[in-house]
Design a protein around this ligand. Structure first.
Ligand code: FAD
Length: 440
């Protein structure tokens, strides 16, 4: 057995993988470049940084990402443990204080006697050393080239976006109001900016003609970006009503006097001291002065102070259906595993989950035990199956959702929608418990 393994990237997937390997007594060299050179969305020196939203999304088991978190708990996930220790009120979602969350993980990793942190940009992959590549959607350019050499030319790229963050005390609470959609949860966590039709129309008209940054998406039709992280101006340009079915949806957000709204912009708490709020769904590529001009048209945000403007970035992922097997191992290089967003899963939780599975299978490889294919009745198994079996021609990143999980038996097929979701969740948790045992 090799005396150590390499994990490249101390993001969500890399930290999770290093933690799982260390628990088995395996020595890990964890490489991370950010302390020497940050990418444009990194703000912290610490690891597992949440670069955009501070939410790990729903914690409800009827939601696939809620069940995925429970599957990860069964594996003693570091990321889920850290999120729970640093959580903020956010209705039914698991939102965190991003600095405390990242510090918690960094302290644990830095004090782990099995993990050696190497602050370095990896530019070459030594295929003789068992390695997990978890360098995320913003892998440095020299490593991108090295990965392309390793996997061949099937390498994709696309853009993603970051939403602006606003100082809470600059929001006019005589217009905005606190409420969760459909008043879910015990506390009112979101700040809502209501719009009547006239206000929406003015906002829409200014948004679609606002200036965007140089080199933006529509100049290059070949570029791809996440549907789930589409820039707000891109969504507006799809049609007058498109935002009303997306981030500006008024459903479940009546005013405090019970009157309905034409549109509502939601702001979500971004830090534990509760003085910063991010604009939900407002990832954008607008020029910064344009963001100020157009977003200040939103009622309640007339005097909004932006501590961070939205920006757009290049994103990278590999053509997993061609490159990886069901163990997240390269088909052509048995020592090399991939984990995280670079595999074509999408999202913080999904990325971390693949870190667990890559690490567990690498452990089995090192111990000469058979690696384990995760059943598609689980959410993590469904995700891995998706990135292995989707057509490599049209491969697009995927978030956790029930449609990628194996169908329920016919006897349950006609159950009510909510009962079916519960059945999917119950089955997934039962199955993952068996998988956890088989890895031990
Ligand atoms: C701009 C942007 C916004 C996003 N917003 C969201 C969101 O709101 N919600 C959500 O669920 N998901 C979001 N995602 C998607 C994704 O969930 C996150 O990017 C997530 O952090 C991916 O986890 P990861 O571990 O794969 O990569 P990362 O968390 O990015 O970790 C990769 C690490 O590898 C390091 N690294 C890169 N190259 C090298 C190298 N050559 N040598 C050494 N180290 C290297 C990086 O510095 C980084 O620390 C966003 C992605 C981007 C790019």
């Amino acid at each position: 057995m090799k005396s150590y393994v390499n994990v490249i990237g101390a993001g969500l997937a890399g930290c999770e993988a290093a933690y799982q390997l260390s628990k088995k007594g395996i020595k890990v060299n964890l490489y991370e470049v950010k302390r020497l050179q940050r990418n444009p969305v990194q703000n912290l020196n610490s690891f597992a940084e949440l670069v955009c939203s501070n939410s790990l999304r729903s914690d409800d088991l009827k939601n696939a990402v809620g069940t995925l978190k429970e599957e990860m708990r069964q594996f003693d996930s570091l990321i889920i443990k850290a999120a729970e220790k640093n959580k903020l009120p956010a209705g039914g979602s698991l939102a965190v204080d991003r600095e405390n969350f990242s510090n918690y993980i960094t302290n644990l990793i830095e004090n782990d006697p099995n993990i050696t942190i190497i602050n370095q940009e990896v530019e070459k992959i030594d295929t003789l050393i068992p390695t997990i590549i978890a360098t995320g959607p913003l892998t440095t350019s020299s490593l991108q080239k090295e990965i392309q050499n390793l996997i061949g030319k099937d390498y994709f790229y696309f853009y993603d976006a970051v939403a602006p963050i606003i100082k809470k005390d600059s929001i006019n609470m005589e217009i905005a109001f606190k409420k969760n959609r459909y008043e879910k949860g015990d506390t009112q966590d979101y700040i809502n900016c209501p719009m009547n039709e006239e206000q929406f129309k003015k906002f829409y008209q200014e948004l679609i003609k606002a200036e965007v940054m140089e080199g933006h998406l529509e100049k290059d039709k070949a570029l791809k970006y996440f549907e789930g992280c589409m820039p707000i101006e891109g969504m507006a340009k799809r049609g007058y009503k498109t935002m009303l079915f997306g981030p500006l949806k008024p459903a479940g957000l009546r005013n405090l006097d019970g009157s309905p709204n034409f549109a509502v912009v939601q702001l979500r708490q971004d830090n534990a001291i509760d003085d910063l709020y991010n604009m939900v769904g407002f990832q954008t590529n607008l020029k910064w002065p344009e963001q100020k001009r157009v977003f200040q048209l939103i009622p309640g945000l007339e005097k909004a102070e932006f501590v961070r403007y939205g920006v757009m970035h290049l994103n990278n992922f590999i053509n997993s259906p061609k490159i990886l097997n069901h163990f997240l191992q390269m088909k052509a290089q048995e020592n090399i595993f991939f984990a995280g967003q670079i595999t074509g899963v999408e999202g913080y939780v999904e990325s971390a989950a693949t870190g667990i599975i890559a690490a567990k299978n690498l452990i089995n490889l090192l111990e000469n035990k058979p690696m384990i294919q995760i059943p598609t009745t689980t959410v993590i198994g469904g995700l891995i199956n998706y990135i292995n079996t989707t057509s490599s021609e049209n491969f697009q990143p995927m978030k956790a959702n029930w449609s990628i999980v194996a169908s329920l038996p016919l006897s349950q097929a006609k159950a009510r929608k909510e009962d079916k979701k519960q059945a999917y969740s119950n089955r997934a948790i039962e199955e993952i418990k068996k998988v956890v045992l088989s890895f031990n």
